[in-house]
Design a protein around this ligand. Structure first.
Ligand SMILES: [Zn+2]
Length: 744
């Protein structure tokens, strides 16, 4: 099967509004309604999103999802009418309901498919489904294939996952159960039969599988051994060392096997109901989701440990970087999601509201999930109802045709997988987190750009592409970024960006050496103690560079912890130079041995329309580590200088606010999510702390006439000033989430 045909067989692809249909291609494979995206170069302008496929059929319709995951003793005890009534009050358009897998909640005929011991003659899945259908809701059946009972192990010992020591794998949380092998006949044959039965009996709109990938570590069962050997020639790896060729092959094989499973289940579901599809909870990787999925969900239910609330928005951005306009749902729970797994717990209302607001502002549709049909603590019910009421009232402003952010942050899964950092203590993830936090604190609307899709139609919507230690880049990816700069795009890069190839092998020089204007000098310093940066005026003019704004009162600030030693290959200004490490003890010795050098620690190129900034040290990683305000200022100024255009939305006022900007069908929306809270870095929030006033300056799209401006949460019409394409207004106060809606 050719790649295109394979994709169409998986999903009925629809296209964005300005692209053309190519119905003929659909006819050749007999999939009704299948359409192929045909990219038209004319669509690639700044107001139109990249012409990515969006979902045909029903997937884009539901705005609000609910999920009820039954527990085995629910049948006969829980009250389906209570739940159906609650779904109605939530204005939910779609539901995901427990059907089968570990426990069947319907009278299954598939041998070894365990019916709930409390099922009797009832069909709770069918009852809930019928109730939802009466309310015109879409219904997706939930299955969970990751565990089985002992009777399954007895009948098919080869269906069970095997540990490295050869023992069958018991379930870590419930030792009465066994963990199934995700990549063998249990999923490929048995669960395929289950999915066929559910689709045949109920004609559901889709089947969603939880924990469908390997659980509890690698599997060493007879099937995995044989299949891996046949596919790669290797025996299963016994080490997690990513340099081991067998480990490398295993990671690729596992991904391929899961993709094959996804396609198989999808084909089964579709063979019964062409309008339905299989939806995995978590794709094998993001690129595969971009290629196969009509709809996806982020299973990022709540905060745990030290996590900023923007992490929910980040997951939305990650998924949208491959899904584009296609719908994504944000699964959230109402309980605590800490490692101790209190699945029946209830979280504080401010915490739930902020978490969902971050998802909504970043383009996810809310999807509340609840375990157990019998409730103990019911405090969450009115909380979620209030969130969904707000969403229902304003849904026409939440369909999000296209983000209008002009800054893209490169999202590199391959750097995450292949690059282990330059030294102990250097993690790629920390560079990303630091940059993400700095962008949020700087109130710069931004998107994530996935490394697999660096095409002009995706890249050219952005004026600035940020590489936060995007270390592992292929030659082709470097070429795409180089071409982007040639077309007028700007780049801001940090640390080891492009110093490694896509397999994590170090290059002799940066892949983007010509773009940065510097070459690798063969050495990476760090961790450094007690090093500083000298802030220098221009030798000729005596003026300080704009990137030093707000740092006027000091000749120097702290340095980072790691630095790449580079030599310039072009002429550069010299606003920031190195003050090398000097002793930090004993106190008598703490004085700089070399008070000033000519070694630049910031390289700024002005190419006219495009600008390039390269920061050879770990400003983003150190910012995540230390959160120094001076680093934030320098980074924000550098990004602003490099972007070299007015922001799409500038928001001035107290607090920390995540700003996102969207184009709607006949309107534009600016979301302000208030993250200001003493519990910002570690939940749960105790209370909502409003911040304001916020003075907002919005750059409107070209050739639109403003009909009306309103604040959706406050329910007020603010006073506005409009001149040319700039709209200025003041938002008096932001509680959790305010949306400025501008009708055209
Ligand atoms: Zn296995």
């Amino acid at each position: 099967m050719s790649a295109i045909v394979a994709i169409v067989a998986i999903m009925a692809i629809h296209i964005s509004r300005r692209t053309f249909l190519e119905v003929a291609a659909a006819g050749t494979i007999g999939v009704a309604n299948a359409r192929i995206p045909n990219r038209d170069a004319r669509t690639a302008n700044r107001d139109d999103p990249a012409p990515q496929p969006s979902a045909a059929g029903w997937y884009d319709q539901p705005m609000r999802w609910v999920q009820l995951t039954l527990v085995e003793n629910d049948p006969g005890t829980f009250d389906p009418d209570f739940w159906l009534d609650y779904f109605r009050r939530l204005h939910a358009d779609a539901a995901t309901l427990s059907a089968g897998g570990i426990v069947a909640y319907y009278p299954t005929e598939v041998p070894l498919h365990h019916r709930s011991a409390w099922l009797g003659n009832t069909d709770p899945f069918g009852t809930l489904l019928a109730g939802c259908r009466k309310m015109n809701m879409r219904v997706v059946a939930r299955t969970d294939p990751h565990a089985v009972r002992d009777e399954v192990r007895a009948a098919h010992p080869d269906w069970i996952a095997v540990n490295a020591d050869g023992t069958p794998r018991r379930h870590w949380a419930n030792p009465e159960l066994w963990v199934s092998c995700a990549l063998g006949p249990y999923n490929f044959e048995f669960m395929d039969q289950v999915h066929r039965e559910i689709e045949t009996k109920y004609r559901v709109d889709g089947i969603f599988s939880n924990r469908w990938a390997p659980q509890g570590g690698d599997c060493y069962c007879v099937h995995c051994q044989e299949n891996f050997k046949a596919a790669t020639g290797f025996s299963l790896p016994r080490t997690t060392d990513r340099r081991d060729p067998a480990r490398h092959a295993y990671v690729a094989w596992r991904k391929a096997r899961l993709t094959e499973l996804w396609k198989k289940w999808d084909a089964t579901v579709r063979s019964v109901n062409p309008d339905a599809s299989f939806i995995p909870n978590g794709p094998p990787d993001m690129k595969t989701a971009g290629e196969l999925a009509a709809i996806q969900f982020t299973d990022n239910q709540a905060r745990r440990g030290v996590t900023p609330p923007w992490n929910n928005g980040r997951r939305a951005k990650e998924l949208r970087s491959v899904m584009g306009r296609r719908p994504i749902g944000g699964i959230f729970s109402v309980g605590l999601e800490e490692p101790y797994r209190w699945k029946d717990s209830v979280q504080s209302e401010p915490e739930i509201r902020l978490w969902v607001a971050e998802g909504t502002a970043n383009g996810m549709r809310p999807w509340v999930t609840k375990f157990s049909g019998v409730l103990y603590d019911k405090r969450w019910l009115p909380m979620v109802e209030r969130i969904y009421d707000w969403h229902y009232a304003h849904e026409r402003y939440l369909r999000n045709e296209a983000p209008l952010a002009r800054v893209g942050l490169l999202y590199s899964e391959q750097t995450q997988a292949e690059h282990s950092g330059v030294a102990q203590g250097d993690r790629f993830e920390d560079h990303m987190l630091g940059m993400y936090h700095a962008l949020v604190e700087s109130r710069i609307p931004f998107e994530l750009v996935h490394e697999a899709y660096l095409t002009p139609d995706r890249l050219d919507r952005f004026k600035l592409l940020v590489l936060a230690d995007a270390a592992a880049l292929s030659d082709a990816q470097c070429a795409s970024i180089r071409d982007y700069v040639t077309r007028g795009g700007s780049v801001a890069a940090t640390f080891a960006s492009s110093l490694y190839d896509e397999l994590g092998r170090q290059r002799k020089d940066f892949g983007l050496a010509d773009v940065f204007g510097v070459s690798f000098n063969g050495r990476i310093d760090g961790p450094m103690q007690n090093s500083y940066l000298s802030l220098d005026a221009d030798a000729a003019t005596g003026e300080r560079h704009p990137v030093l704004e707000g740092l006027d009162e000091t000749p120097r600030i702290i340095n980072g912890v790691f630095r790449v030693d580079v030599k310039p290959t072009k002429d550069f200004p010299s606003p920031v130079t190195l003050i090398p490490t000097y002793p930090d003890l004993p106190m008598e010795d703490v004085y700089p041995r070399v008070p000033h050098t000519t070694s630049r620690e910031l390289y700024l190129r002005d190419l006219g329309r495009s600008r390039v900034a390269y920061i050879p040290w770990d400003i983003d990683r150190t910012f995540w580590d230390v959160m120094a305000v001076d680093h934030l200022r320098l980074l924000r100024n550098t990004l602003t200088w490099t972007a070299n255009e007015p922001p799409v939305a500038a928001v001035e006022g107290p607090g920390i606010i995540d700003v996102t900007v969207w184009r709607q069908k006949d309107s534009m929306t600016v979301h302000l999510v208030n993250l200001t809270n003493p519990m910002m870095m570690k939940g749960p929030l105790r209370e909502v702390i409003s911040v304001g006033p916020q003075r907002v300056r919005i750059t409107l799209p070209e050739s639109v006439a403003v009909r009306k401006v309103q604040l959706l949460t406050a329910g007020t019409v603010p006073r506005t000033d409009l001149s040319n394409r700039t709209l200025i207004l003041t938002v008096p106060s932001v509680e959790v989430h305010e949306v400025i809606a501008i009708d055209f």
